[in-house]
Design a protein around this ligand. Structure first.
Ligand SMILES: Nc1ncnc2c1ncn2[C@@H]1O[C@H](COP(=O)(O)OP(=O)(O)OP(=O)(O)O)[C@@H](O)[C@H]1O
Length: 821
């Protein structure tokens, strides 16, 4: 410890320092011994201190204030360690501020500050410890190397400063100068000043340089990355421009093709594609941009991109789930169909509740659309398609119909891969394009007409379309990227639900539409079809009146259908003809009565089948069902000399088997029915089912055949007012059949009042409108004996009675069908 207050380092080490000196606080910087520096002073407190120092021995303590924002620092705001400086020169600026040039003498520690007009300090020079020389040497070399590396690495420092530092020899000075010139934080600079031991000071500066080097390398890495990115962009831009120029040269036209890719890019930008899809699509655009516009491949890509840009990737319509409104719309567009409407409304109500729960966050949004797919089944023209349209209308959604009839390959649903010439997306994606939103109502029409072939089963692909767990990522082969179908509401239609592939059926809920009876058709015609046809044909309501009788005749004599499609067409024809007569001035208004119908539509096209005129031997009345509705048919049997069973009338295999079963039954019961053995053994039995060229199939004519056969063999006539249906077994049991409702409606239309049906079908009678049910008599039967009891004139008793008379004379026959027997 020196006895006097002698500077321990510095240029004027011989000059003793005063024990008390004025203090000039500085902000944000630290001055180290041996430096010569300009200091600007503007604050009154600094100016006063400088003045005082000049009047004393020109020594002043320069010290940093801890907070550089303080204008008038107090004693506690100053660091304890500062630098004693000798003032070399002071210059007064015109604005009253001072500039002084100081030479830093020594690190000093203030043991006490006092504040008056300015600050003063009792300060003591700090003895610097040199430390071990080898270590010092090592540290000092390391410091020089690090500093140089930093400068080499691009750290900016004025060249003359760098040179000055490199010329210094004293390690302490080197450390000080580096600390002064680098942009270290104030606390770090102060800590270098406060480091009393030289080795500690060097270590501190080394650490700070290390941190600086770290920052520098990160900076460099960032710079490099930015540069590479810019380079790549520039390179791509440059290449693209070159390519455009080359294409322009080759094609001789003004760069349209480059613009084409740009146009696609702009459209794609707006589609809201997810990242994966976007990547794939961008790749195709880039390929297109690189290609000659006339190249065949370019055409393929162009078509692909057009498809992509026209699909609804993110646009959707808002659902309106207002049930009251839905009821209104369904009623407005459709007569009757109460059960169907109820089910549709329930379905909408469930959706609405689910949507509300999803909005409250109680269930996942994806759950809203879950649930069975509705499938509307029933004959053509009963309103399946049009009610689906009304559902879309009431939901405020777009509507598209996708025809599935005849779809035989997987590619019909899923499209062809783009490698095929003329490849196209499948019907689903085509439908989505037509819809233009991602949440339309999609009607999958005729789902029962899906075929299958060696090229894959379309129903498997359809399964994916309808499965909520999979259809979010439905992949069409042509698009090659997933398309989200999860928001679509699918509804299917089918004429024959039993022909829907079972796997699909599992996911569906059947809503059955049955055929209309005459009365319903009349109402639909009056309320919906007629007004619509009038408008379509430019007629006003008062220009034409069609009487109810005319409409009834139209229904019975000009159409034969379960629905009302042909009826509408025929009404349209009448309306058109009337319109023509009005337009030519021939008429002002027309009244169409049933008598006049022929004038407009020509001769009646159908004569409805009516119950037979009388009870006949060998002729029984059956019922059948086709897609156009139910009707009756007659089965005739005649027995003549000869051998074997002859069946005519375009009968299918199953129906032929029914006939054989009926014969076997008759044979096994021949004794009971008093049928002579020789009549069975030496006769040709001919069963004929008339009614033109209509092919007939199915087991349900079993009872009718048996009645016809037994009647022909026994000579007991069958009742004309009884129609029947039912499958039979060899032992004479009666088994259930399908389509009962349609069959009964058909029979009723033909004027029949007694129906024999299998006991097991009794429950189906519920589907028949009550007013029809009460006006008819139903005979549920379990055995053929019961059937014969109802169907034969006189019932089973007649058979037994006949036993006593048969041997004497054959029964009198009333018709020619059995005449030759
Ligand atoms: N109950 C009804 N009320 C009013 N109009 C009806 C009703 N039922 C059917 N129609 C009308 O009959 C026509 C045919 O109906 P639609 O096309 O919906 O039949 P469909 O059952 O879908 O037949 P397909 O199975 O052949 O597709 C439509 O114009 C429809 O508006």
């Amino acid at each position: 410890m020196p006895a006097a207050n002698t500077p321990s380092e510095g240029i004027q080490s011989h000059t003793p320092l005063p024990r008390n000196m004025p203090v000039c606080p500085v902000r944000g910087s630290v001055i180290y011994p041996t430096m010569v520096q300009h200091i600007d002073a503007g604050r009154a407190l600094s100016i006063a201190a400088i003045d005082a120092a000049m009047n004393e021995n020109k020594v002043i303590m320069i010290v940093s204030q801890r907070d550089k924002d303080l204008d008038d620092p107090d004693v506690d705001d100053l660091y304890e360690i500062g630098t004693a400086c000798s003032i070399l020169r002071v210059r007064k600026n015109p604005d009253g501020t001072l500039q002084m040039l100081v030479s830093a003498l020594s690190r000093v520690r203030a043991s006490h500050y006092s504040k008056g007009e300015f600050l003063r300090a009792d300060a003591q020079a700090i003895e610097v410890e040199n430390g071990e020389s080898v270590e010092l040497e090592a540290l000092s070399r390391e410091l020089e190397t690090k500093f140089e590396a930093l400068i080499q690495g691009g750290k900016f420092m004025a060249p003359e400063t760098v040179q000055h530092i490199q010329n210094l020899e004293d390690p302490g000075q080197i450390a000080d100068h580096i600390a002064f010139n680098m942009d270290f934080k104030l606390e770090d600079k102060q800590s270098v000043l406060e480091a009393v031991s030289l080795t500690e000071r060097l270590r501190k500066v080394l650490t700070l340089l290390d941190a600086e080097a770290e920052v520098q390398s990160v900076q460099q890495r960032i710079r490099q990355q930015v540069k590479e990115e810019i380079d790549r962009n520039q390179r791509e831009y440059y290449l693209r421009e070159q390519m455009k120029a080359i294409q322009k040269e080759l094609s001789g036209n003004e760069g349209e093709e480059g613009d084409e890719a740009e146009e696609f890019r702009a459209k794609i930008e707006k589609l809201g594609l997810n990242a994966d899809v976007r990547k794939e699509v961008d790749r195709e655009v880039n390929r297109l941009a690189r290609m000659h516009p006339d190249a065949a491949e370019a055409g393929v890509i162009r078509t692909y991109l057009t498809w992509i840009t026209e699909l609804p990737w993110s646009s959707r319509s808002d659902d309106s789930l207002d049930i009251v409104e839905a009821v209104k719309i369904l009623d407005e567009d459709h007569y009757g169909l109460e059960k169907v409407k109820d089910r549709v409304l329930e379905f909408l109500a469930v959706r609405r509740l689910r949507k509300e729960r999803a909005e409250r966050g109680e269930i996942d949004a994806a759950e809203v659309n879950k649930g069975p797919i509705l499938v509307f089944t029933g004959p053509p023209g009963v309103g399946k398609t049009s009610i689906a349209q009304s559902i879309a209308k009431s939901l405020g959604r777009k509507y598209v119909r996708i025809a599935l009839g005849g779809a035989r390959d997987e590619s019909d649903i899923r499209g062809h891969r783009r490698t095929y010439i003329g490849a196209m997306p499948g019907r689903i994606v085509q439908g989505m394009r037509t819809a233009g939103t991602k949440n339309p109502v999609v009607l999958l029409d005729e789902i029962d007409k899906l075929g299958s072939s060696y090229q894959g089963d379309p129903s498997a692909a359809l399964l994916e379309v309808l499965d909520p767990a999979q259809n979010q990522h439905f992949t069409d082969h042509y698009l090659g990227v997933p398309f989200d179908l999860s928001e679509v509401m699918f509804i299917a239609t089918a004429n024959y639900p039993e022909q829907i592939p079972p796997a699909l059926m599992d996911r569906m809920e059947v809503i059955d539409f049955s055929s209309y009876i005459e009365q319903e058709k009349l109402e639909i015609a009056k309320r919906y079809l007629l007004p619509r046809q009038l408008t379509q044909n430019g007629l006003k309501g008062n220009q034409i009146a069609i009487t109810d009788a005319a409409l009834e005749k139209l229904i019975s004599h000009y159409t034969r259908e379960a629905g009302v499609r042909n009826l509408e067409r025929e009404i349209g024809t009448v309306a058109r003809k009337v319109a023509r007569r009005i337009a030519t001035g021939e008429l002002k208004r027309a009244k169409v009565t049933d008598k006049e119908l022929e004038k407009y539509l020509g001769n009646a096209r159908y004569t409805p089948e009516h119950e037979a005129r009388e009870d006949m031997v060998g002729v029984s009345t059956g019922m059948f069902y086709t897609p156009v509705g139910g009707d009756i048919l007659f089965i005739e049997t005649s027995v003549m000399p000869g051998k074997g069973l002859v069946l005519t009338g375009q009968l299918g295999d199953v129906m032929r088997e029914s006939a054989r079963a009926a014969l076997t039954y008759a044979k096994t019961n021949s004794e009971r029915f008093h049928i002579p053995r020789e009549r069975l053994d030496d006769s040709e039995i001919h069963i004929h089912v008339p009614a033109g060229g209509i092919p007939k199939e199915g087991p349900s004519a079993g009872t009718t055949m048996s009645v016809s056969l037994v009647s022909a063999l026994t000579g007991i006539p069958a009742r004309r007012d009884v129609a029947m249906t039912g499958e039979i077994t060899l032992t004479g049991r009666v088994l259930p059949i399908g389509g009962l409702k349609e069959k009964v409606l058909g029979a009723r239309r033909a004027g029949i009042r007694h129906i024999i049906l299998p006991k097991a079908n009794e429950g189906d009678l519920r589907d028949i409108p009550a007013h029809l049910r009460t006006s008819m008599t139903f005979h549920p039967c379990e055995t053929l004996d019961e059937v014969l009891d109802v169907a034969l004139v006189g019932g089973l008793q007649a058979l037994e009675r006949r036993g006593s008379t048969a041997k004497r004379k054959p029964a009198r026959r009333k018709n020619d069908a059995g005449a030759s027997a």
